[in-house]
Design a binder for this molecule. Structure first.
Ligand SMILES: Cc1ncc(COP(=O)(O)O)c(C=O)c1O
Length: 378
């Protein structure tokens, strides 16, 4: 007997149908399968991960925490919050933990937006701002970039009566641009003067630890001053824990309370909590991450200079470089076992974003790129 299947076509809400899904960096195994390459010979510089991998201290913390996996994680994340509270000198009720800082960005949208709301963010800003806005059925107001970075005065003017949220990435992904403390402070003051508490500002500092210390914004100081500010940070980049998914937000208690209302009770798993504490306390790893990134950035930027390629000077752990026919060059790089990130979806069809790797990984990429450009006489 043949069975009959009915294929009901689900019609999603129009704001969900409009979402262009997030394009992640290609996994090494996928490229190996597609091109018949040896995974061990593939270099992945596509997802702004830490080329040092995870800290050994975090690995040990995970081993130690494994016996407790039969139980749910601490929903309040007490120990991690205590470590963060000490590090940043804020009370625990100013902290929200996230399943990556991506979770924080979405919790804010969930807690604050209604379909009638609008959200202001910059052109070429981190794509999740658009996704989180669209998922709420809210309207996005994308403000043209200035020199590939955020144009804060224009963003201020773009805020309208329906605006409830502004996302700022500092440094920004995928452009690697940076905003100084004075510019952010002035923006926050003017938002507050014009709109009071109606507009919440998220300052996304996922790449903060790669900034030279004297460039780092006093964002915790700003949170203490501005009750409408949420600062988000990540353990995925400088702390080397991208696969565990852990990030956090700092905000005054009223906003923190809102985030807590929409948060999944067990949004950060126990291994992630344990590893994050270890990574936070691992100064040696942090110093090494910073140095590897600073040296790798110089290596890449010097190579681009030598090749006559335009790039956006980076303040993060990746560099955005102008290559012209980015789709073709990306394909040629893949054939040579090098994965970088095309950014056409971010409105940058002639550019590639290259994460900063170990010296030899960067060198593999530079050699492959030089080979491609020389072969075509580009
Ligand atoms: C600007 C920015 N913010 C936030 C994130 C989210 O990172 P995670 O969820 O791993 O903390 C990323 C990741 O690439 C990013 O580039």
């Amino acid at each position: 007997m043949t069975s009959k299947h009915t294929h009901a076509v689900h019609v999603p809400p129009s704001h969900i149908a409009a979402i262009a899904p997030y394009q992640a960096g290609k996994p090494i195994e996928e490229l190996a399968r597609e091109f018949g390459l040896d995974p061990a010979c593939i270099v992945k510089l596509a997802s702004n991960e830490n080329p040092l991998g995870m800290p050994a201290s975090a690995k040990q913390a995970i081993i130690d925490a494994m016996d407790g996996l039969g139980r749910y994680p601490d929903p309040a994340g007490f120990d991690l919050k205590q470590a963060l509270s000490t590090r940043y000198d804020v009370p625990q009720n100013w902290l929200t933990l996230g399943n990556g800082s991506n979770d924080i960005l979405e919790l804010v949208a969930m807690a604050i937006l209604e379909p009638s709301s609008s959200v202001v963010y910059a052109q070429h800003a981190f794509v999740v701002y658009r996704l989180a806005t669209q998922a709420r059925g809210a309207r996005h107001i994308m403000v043209p970039a200035r020199d590939y970075g955020h144009d804060l005065p224009a963003m201020l003017e773009a805020i309208d009566d329906s605006t409830r949220l502004v996302y700022i990435a500092n440094p920004n992904n995928p452009t690697g641009t940076y905003l100084a403390n004075a510019d952010i402070e002035s923006f926050l003051s003017q938002v507050q003067a014009r709109h009071g508490a109606r507009v919440t500002v998220v300052l996304d500092e996922a790449y903060n630890e790669f900034l030279e210390p004297e460039l780092r914004v006093d964002s915790i100081g700003l949170v203490k001053h501005f009750s409408n500010l949420i600062v988000s940070r990540s353990f995925s980049k400088a702390y080397g824990l991208a696969g565990l998914r852990v990030g956090f937000a700092v905000a005054q208690p009223a906003l923190t309370d809102l985030l807590n209302r929409v948060r999944q009770p067990f949004n950060v798993n126990s291994l992630a909590q344990a590893a994050a504490i270890a990574a936070l306390n691992d100064k040696e790893f942090q110093v090494k991450s910073f140095a590897v990134n600073r040296d790798g950035k110089a290596q890449l930027q010097q190579a681009f200079d030598a090749l006559g390629l335009k790039y956006v000077p980076s303040y993060a752990n990746f560099v955005l470089v102008h290559v012209g026919d980015a789709a073709r060059i990306n394909l040629e790089l893949l054939k040579r076992g090098v994965i970088v990130r095309p950014v056409a979806g971010d409105g940058l069809p002639e550019w590639l974003r290259v994460s900063i790797g170990l010296r030899e990984e960067n060198q593999r990429f530079i050699e492959a790129l030089t080979d491609i450009l020389t072969a075509t006489g580009t």
